[in-house]
Ligand binder design. Structure first.
Ligand SMILES: [Zn+2]
Length: 329
């Protein structure tokens, strides 16, 4: 073929081939060269949408890999779990959760809901992204007025203080259930084989704020526009929050459910980290009933990013998560 080409074009082709082999890009081993190389960057890990007269910014603390699904999901057989994950195009070897932290600007105060893993690497190195995500969203830690906590587990209180006990949010008041705070900061549990890790981190992150903590009670207003709702079971004092602005509602549901399929389409599945799995199931069904009946959008802490959507009832005790469309305003 080359012999058919005119001399100028032929020389060009030979020159190009020589260049390719000289740089190690021999034919057959290199990808086609696009006009741009593969990019190495990702978009920032925040997402912002309006809620009435307030503004919600979701920021991520990164993904959290729980490992083998049957180690954490109880009440379904390994085969049932694998089938449910496969049917939903999810990997079957590990359950990977997001950590969706909400920052709500009510106009007169900036409120953060939960805080991620912080310095702990107990669930791998992809967690602990909160500060970077806040920076990407142009939110400074000192601007946060209130931090409202669902429960004192490591992935919800972890981002409050440094390993040396310095408060990362110098102007914030912490709002948390007293029952949950006292359970997870209890010195006597430090030596417990299963609870010890969680207690150590709850103490490291909450004790530096001991003079800036306010107790939340279910049924009461935490700050204007935010109501606490008792949701125990996953943890002794687990509390969820209804946020309201100008007639628009949003529920920050913490760990009522960790998984959009295994604990939502099958809400009677039990979760290994529940303090009281039976009570957690009752709470899950009660909260799901309220959210689906009243069509209240939810922010699910561990659902696929950014965890914003609705629950629809699909049967007497089955539900489905419907992600909300992008709403930039
Ligand atoms: Zn959690």
């Amino acid at each position: 073929m080359i012999d058919d080409l005119n001399p100028t074009r032929r020389n060009l082709l030979i020159g190009a081939a020589a260049l390719a082999s000289a740089s190690g890009l021999a034919a057959g081993t290199s990808p086609a060269l696009a006009r741009a190389p593969f990019a190495r960057t990702q978009p920032a890990y925040f997402y912002r949408f309006p809620l009435g007269k307030a503004q919600v910014t979701m920021v991520s603390d990164g993904t959290l890999a729980l490992g083998k699904p049957s180690d954490t999901m109880k009440g379904m057989s390994e085969a049932e779990i694998a089938q449910a994950l496969t049917d939903n195009f999810l990997p079957t070897d590990s359950v990977v959760l997001e950590q969706n932290i909400a920052i709500v600007n009510m106009g007169n105060r900036l409120i953060m809901f939960d805080s991620g893993m912080g310095f702990s690497k107990a669930f791998g190195t992809t967690t602990g992204r909160l500060m970077r995500s806040l920076g990407e969203a142009r939110i400074r830690p000192e601007q946060i007025d209130d931090i409202i906590i669902t429960h004192a587990h490591i992935d919800h209180i972890g981002g409050l203080a440094t390993e040396r006990g310095r408060r990362l949010f110098p102007n914030a008041t912490i709002h948390i259930s007293k029952v949950d705070h006292d359970f997870w900061t209890d010195e006597a549990k430090l030596s417990d084989r299963t609870l010890g890790l969680f207690v150590r981190h709850a103490r490291a992150n909450l004790l530096p704020y001991r003079d800036r903590i306010k107790w939340v009670t279910g049924g009461q207003e935490v700050v204007p526009g935010v109501q606490a709702v008792n949701a125990p079971g996953h943890s002794v004092g687990h509390t969820i929050y209804l946020i309201e602005s100008d007639g628009k509602k949003l529920a920050f549901t913490g760990d009522v459910t960790h998984h959009q399929i295994l604990l939502t389409e099958r809400p009677r599945t039990e979760f290994a980290y529940d303090s009281d799995p039976k009570q957690a199931v009752d709470t899950r069904l009660r909260v799901f009933d309220m959210l689906s009946k009243d069509r209240i959008p939810m922010l699910a802490f561990h659902f696929p990013w950014p965890g914003h959507g609705y629950l629809g009832r699909t049967g007497p005790e089955t539900f489905r998560f419907f992600p909300a469309p992008m709403a930039i305003g």
